[in-house]
Structure formats: structure tokens, C-alpha cells
Ligand binder design. Structure first.
Ligand code: OSB
Ligand code: MG
Length: 376
């Protein structure tokens, strides 16, 4: 199938979070979101989202660098040729452009959605999804006191979340996790995410976390490390889950070879899009490594891509794909993403493309700049 693009429209919207989200390396209050609208030569349209943040404290990409990368290098590459189909975009972009994973992913994933639109099928179907509902987890930012965190977690358990992830850093870890475990009891699926806040010198502290029956500890060491994580995994009972360190399928293979972790958090933005995500998914499936879909505080647009990806068979654990109302007073899409009492989100397998409609009035109100990139 030939895929021909006419234009890519780019805009930044600013969406205030209901509550600030704090991780070990920084805090977000208002999400600066890049939205893309891809239009084919036949007038078919798909919206996508670039998940880069305002500052490079999680990953090198930022909202501003992504804007430049899309406008100057990525959009021209995909606008100037007839594409074979969405499967070939990732390798084309990797061949020509180093880095800028989140910028590349926003265009690559948009092309998958555009293909689904053109074929009148859902994005989930196009990717090979096998589920019509996905289990939902929540990621809770660092709180002021252990008691506040414990109360927050109890509330989330009541709401039906099937996995609770707690952000930690040195000094805001053992007492916090202990308070939560005491409050909710042994059965609740709990995990922690350190976003690189530790080194191997912290081994005694990290060993302490083995007491709390955690499902996993996410990315304790440096953001691009595999070798030290392998050493750490040998010392811990709790499985390590890698997030930042897995930038592509080769790094996932390295993780398996070295024993750097036993679970992978796949964020399609971090790994350069859907082709790369599916490769990591398939590799992990062959090796018996479970994966789950992470989140980047996406608007409903980005969330629709995560929902579709998480419908693949080896997404065996609940993702950080919370409903719209967990983040926003009002999401930019209709219908909003909702979670049922059992803690599931429905995959819109019978709707075309991403399965939700962009609320143009709201998006226009929130837009701070926009530009259109056309065939030169
Ligand atoms: O490390 O998983 C992370 C948000 C921003 C940057 C990094 C991370 C996160 C989250 C949020 O944990 C998950 C969500 O979108 O709910
Ligand atoms: Mg993480």
C-alpha cells in the first residue's frame, strides 16, 4: 500500500494537570503537548501526540527540540516520498537521523493511525491487538509525607486500579513504601519507580525494598545503564523493570543477555514508535519477559496510541494508562478515556483509527502556536 502525505500540522497546547506530578528528577504542573495532524494527499486525517516534556529530565527530547526535529528533518523525509506503509518508516528515520526518538515516534505513530483510517479499521486491529479491554494501573508522584501517600494509595485501590506505582528517591523510599504496604495489606499489586535516583552505592537501601513484596522496581540506576542494573539484579529478589534504558530492540536484547532486568516498560515515544515497540514486544514474548505500557502524562490523543499498543498479547501487566479524569479537568478528545469498577479501559476495536475525536474548540483555545509543514 502506498502512503502519500500532503502536510503535517504541528501545534503546542498547554494543559494544566489536576495535581503537579513529581518524580526524582523534577516536577510538572502544566503539560506542554505537541499535537500533530497528518493529512494524506486524499484528505484522510490522523492526529498524533509527541510525548516529549518541557525539560530533558526524563529523556533527551523536549517539546522545543521535538518541534525543530519534526519541522527540519523528520517531516521533510516523510513528505518527500511515497511511503511503502507504516512498517518501513522507523528504519528510514533511524537510517537518516540520530536520536530524537519522541519526535520520530510522533510522526511514525501518526502514519500507523493514518493507515488504519484509510483501511477503515482500528489502530489496535492494524497492530495485531488481541484484547478488547486492558487492565489499568496508576503512577503516583512523590508525596509530602508517608501518611499522605498511604491515603492516596488506599483511595486508588478503592477506585479499582489493578497496579499502583509509587515514585521514589533516596530518603523518600523505605518509610513511604512501608506506610503504604501497612495501609493496604499484602495483596495489593504495588511497585516503585526511581527514575535513576540511585547508584550501586545505595545497595543496602535498595535491598531493604525486597521486604515489601513489590511486583518490580523500575529503573533504579542511570538512565542509559544496563551493566550495573545486571549487577544489581543479582543482589535483589524483586524483579527490576527497565524504562529509560530500553531505547530500541537491541537494548532489550542486551537486557535479556546481561540479566539487567526481568520486565520492560514499553513507551512507544521513548523507543521511536510502534514498529520498534512491536519488535521489543515480540522479542520479550520469545524470551518469556512480560511487558507493560508506560505513560508520559499524555492527553487523550497520546493515550489512544497506548491503549492500542497495550492490546497486544504480551502486555501481561497493567499499564500506566489511567483514565482522562486522573490527569485533566477536561481532556481534548471525545469520548474521554474511562475506567470501569474492575479497573479496565475498553479498547475501541470497532472504531476507525485511534477511536476518539479531537475536540477542536478546546484544542484551539489551548493552542499557543501552530505551524504547517507542507511538501516543498
Ligand atoms: O518514568 O514512567 C515514568 C511520567 C513522566 C515521565 C516519566 C514517567 C512518568 C510516569 C507517568 O510514570 C505515567 C502516566 O502517564 O500516568
Ligand atoms: Mg519510569
Amino acid at each position: 500500500m502506498k502512503l502519500r502525505l500532503k502536510r503535517i500540522d504541528l501545534r503546542e497546547v498547554q494543559l494544566p494537570l489536576k495535581e503537579a506530578f513529581e518524580i526524582s528528577s523534577g516536577s510538572v504542573k502544566t503539560r506542554r503537548i505537541l499535537l500533530l495532524k497528518l493529512e494524506s494527499v486524499d484528505g484522510e486525517i490522523a492526529w498524533s501526540e509527541c510525548v516529549a516534556e518541557d525539560t530533558p529530565n526524563y529523556y533527551p527530547d523536549t517539546t522545543d527540540t521535538a518541534r525543530i526535529a519534526i519541522r527540519e528533518w523528520i517531516a521533510p523525509l516523510v513528505l518527500e516520498r511515497d511511503l511503502e506503509g507504516p512498517e518501513s518508516i522507523y528504519d528510514l528515520l533511524e537510517e537518516r537521523i540520530r536520536g530524537h526518538a519522541m519526535a520520530k515516534a510522533s510522526v511514525e505513530m501518526g502514519l500507523w493511525a493514518l493507515t488504519a483510517e484509510i483501511r477503515h479499521i482500528s489502530l489496535s486491529r492494524l497492530l495485531g491487538g488481541t484484547r478488547d479491554k486492558i487492565p489499568v494501573g496508576i503512577s503516583i508522584g512523590i508525596q509530602k509525607t508517608p501518611d499522605e501517600l498511604a491515603a492516596r494509595v488506599q483511595q486508588c485501590v478503592k477506585q479499582g486500579y489493578r497496579k499502583i506505582k509509587i515514585k521514589i528517591k533516596p530518603g523518600k523510599d523505605i518509610e513511604y513504601v512501608r506506610a503504604v504496604r501497612q495501609a493496604v495489606g499484602p495483596g495489593v499489586p504495588l511497585m516503585v519507580d526511581a527514575n535513576n535516583a540511585y547508584t550501586l552505592d545505595d545497595l543496602p537501601r535498595l535491598r531493604h525494598l525486597d521486604e515489601f513484596g513489590l511486583m518490580m522496581i523500575e529503573q533504579p540506576l542511570a538512565w542509559d545503564d544496563l551493566v550495573r542494573h545486571a549487577r544489581l539484579q543479582k543482589e535483589l529478589k524483586t524483579p527490576i523493570c527497565l524504562d529509560e534504558s530500553i531505547s530500541n530492540v537491541e537494548r532489550a536484547e542486551d537486557m535479556v543477555t546481561l540479566g539487567s532486568g526481568r520486565i520492560i516498560n514499553i513507551k512507544p515515544g521513548r523507543v521511536g514508535g510502534f514498529t520498534s515497540s512491536v519488535r521489543i514486544h515480540n522479542l520479550c514474548q520469545r524470551h518469556g519477559v512480560p511487558v507493560w505500557c508506560g505513560g508520559m502524562l499524555e492527553s487523550g490523543v497520546g493515550r489512544s496510541y497506548n491503549v492500542a499498543l497495550a492490546s497486544l498479547p504480551n502486555f501481561l501487566l497493567p499499564g500506566d494508562i489511567s483514565p482522562s479524569a486522573r490527569y485533566w479537568e477536561r481532556d481534548v478528545i471525545t469520548p474521554e478515556w474511562t475506567m470501569d469498577d474492575e479497573g479496565f479501559i475498553r479498547v475501541p476495536i470497532d472504531k476507525r483509527g485511534i477511536g476518539v475525536t479531537v475536540n477542536m474548540n478546546l484544542v484551539d483555545q489551548l493552542t499557543v502556536w501552530s505551524e504547517s509543514i507542507q511538501k516543498r
